[in-house]
Design a protein around this ligand. Structure first.
Ligand SMILES: *[C@@H]1O[C@H](CO)[C@@H](O)[C@H](O)[C@H]1NC(C)=O
Ligand SMILES: *[C@@H]1O[C@H](CO)[C@@H](O)[C@H](O)[C@H]1NC(C)=O
Ligand SMILES: *[C@@H]1O[C@H](CO)[C@@H](O)[C@H](O)[C@H]1NC(C)=O
Ligand SMILES: *[C@@H]1O[C@H](CO)[C@@H](O)[C@H](O)[C@H]1NC(C)=O
Length: 472
């Protein structure tokens, strides 16, 4: 028999969000909006297991993640999770990958095909910030990308899995004003042009790691903090084209667009593969503190999910991967390096920001309560409970039986012929029962756990035409 303890889950607290108007929350996610993903770095010795991390991401409504390798345990944990994954080939493998297509064939077989499609790998970052790699791996980059792509093609995976490589902003020679953006001249012919040509031909994106924090910390006397944090500010007019910038992030992205346009590759889309702001730093790391990190990341999420583009490309919505999921205690360098996480290894939030359109709208609504609509239930989170589909079927069945039996969940709708009988799967039925139990317990902490067989979600579960009660 399982033990259904009422233990406090550390993941519950952040969900106690003050949502007010629920209906408005679900209208905002248009297909045009940009997406938010997160970098799952693991340079630490105190992180939760990968399967717990998958649950954490689901609970937070995050459905895109970027890794720094192809770790077997991590890739297996993401199987059937519904979360899209970008993996990486580390810089150390670039010279081999560049010189030998049989190496990339074996690498793709062992590290990609083995997991796909159960694990929804959507991209491969070949190397990371290669131009600043002290081992000078730049000359291997494009040949390595081409070999990885050729190996994917042989397995018919090249349409589903895109190849790119994250650049640091330091690849630019000029970035201010944004319209003057240009790549470092010594990189243009050997690597930038061939890479952009490859990205265009393979329908891929340029990946960019952009940190307004670095620019701010180095020029805090010249750059306004409000401008760096997407807060209200007078803006900065680009002296080259007269466009007005309301934040430094947009200006950095446009500097890259300008640099690409100057080489006639302005059509290649850009994905922001890393951006973030540290919640702590050394005394000389100006601005590294939790309030600023919360402002930067929270406002960035709103900016990206609004779907608006940058002044140079107002119609191009951006996909952004936040850096990073966890504080990583084994990272070297200044204190900031170990403090980019949105979460502590305990899974407790370092600071509370919205991560989904629903949460953005919930937060905005809660700031302006409409008069006459505030009821006593207004402070309850709009959350549901669903079964963990990756859990062992035996245990899921035990938990389902408990919920429908002693647990007192309303299980009539999942009986044969009733409204929620279809889809007739263990996961769907268990989800229905767990949610009923959770709502009846007024979504109290620990009531959506079932010894790990269930987790909380912030969007209405979708199983056929079944409607999941919310308890309102
Ligand atoms: C799979 O990837 C790992 C890490 O990137 C690498 O060490 C290993 O050699 C790869 N497997 C093959 C067969 O190339
Ligand atoms: C540089 O290459 C050496 C030898 O392959 C390796 O041990 C070292 O980790 C590399 N350094 C970086 C920063 O990649
Ligand atoms: C790195 O390699 C490039 C091309 O092979 C070469 O031009 C450059 O001088 C090298 N840089 C360093 C720091 O070794
Ligand atoms: C953006 O889209 C609008 C409406 O479709 C169009 O009128 C406008 O020309 C586009 N702007 C750019 C810069 O492509």
């Amino acid at each position: 028999m399982l033990c259904f303890s009422q233990r406090q889950s550390s993941m519950m607290a952040p969900l106690a969000f003050p949502f007010l108007l629920l209906l408005l929350s679900f209208s905002a996610s248009s297909s045009e909006a940009g997406s938010i993903g997160i970098n799952y770095g693991r340079v630490a010795n105190d992180l939760p297991t990968p399967s717990k991390v998958v649950e954490l991401l689901k609970t937070q409504g995050l459905n895109r993640v970027k890794l720094y390798d192809t770790d077997a345990t991590v890739l297996s944990a993401f199987a059937n999770s519904g979360i899209k994954v970008v993996v990486a080939m580390p810089n150390e493998l670039l010279s081999k990958a560049a010189s030998d297509e049989s190496f990339t064939d074996a690498w793709v077989q062992a590290n990609i095909s083995k997991y796909y499609p159960a694990t929804q790998i959507e991209g491969i970052a070949v190397g990371n910030e290669v131009f600043v790699d002290p081992n000078n791996t730049t000359k291997f980059l494009v040949p390595a990308m081409k070999n990885v792509h050729a190996s994917l093609s042989k397995q018919n995976l090249d349409a589903a899995i895109k190849v790119s490589s994250p650049l640091a902003l330091s690849a630019l020679q000029s970035s201010f004003p944004a319209s003057s953006g240009s790549f470092k001249s010594e990189l243009v012919e050997p690597v930038i042009k061939p890479m952009l040509e490859f990205l265009r031909q393979t329908d891929s994106h340029l990946m960019l790691n952009a940190y307004p924090f670095f620019a701010y910390a180095a020029n805090a006397d010249k750059i306004s903090l409000d401008y760096a944090l997407f807060r209200d500010n007078p803006g900065v007019v680009d002296s080259g084209n007269g466009l007005k910038y309301s934040n430094l992030f947009d200006a950095q992205i446009d500097a890259v667009f300008a640099a690409m346009s100057a080489l006639q590759y302005g059509d290649v889309p850009v994905t922001v593969s890393e951006t973030g702001w540290p919640s702590a730093g050394d005394s000389n790391e100006v601005g590294a503190k939790p309030e600023n990190a919360a402002s930067y990341n929270g406002n960035l999420v709103k900016r990206v999910l609004s779907g608006s583009g940058t002044p140079l490309k107002p119609n191009a919505s951006l996909d952004v991967f936040l850096f990073a999921l966890f504080n990583e205690n084994l990272k070297t360098g200044p204190t900031s390096e170990r403090n980019y996480g949105l979460f502590y290894p305990s899974e407790k939030k370092v600071y509370d920001i919205p991560l989904t359109a629903e949460q953005v709208n919930g937060v905005q609504k809660s700031q302006v309560p409409p008069s006459g609509r505030v009821s006593t239930t207004s402070n309850r989170g709009q959350t549901w409970c669903v079964a963990n589909g990756g859990y062992s079927p035996e245990k899921l069945k035990d938990a389902l039986d408990y919920a429908c039996g002693e647990g007192g969940a309303d299980c009539t709708p999942i009986q044969p012929g009733a409204t929620c009988y279809n889809p007739n799967t263990l996961e769907a039925h268990a989800s229905y029962a767990f949610n009923s139990y959770y709502q009846k317990k007024a979504r109290a902490a620990g009531t959506c756990d079932f010894a790990g067989a269930a987790y909380v979600v912030t969007q209405p579960p979708k199983y056929g035409n079944c409607e999941f009660p919310t308890g309102y």
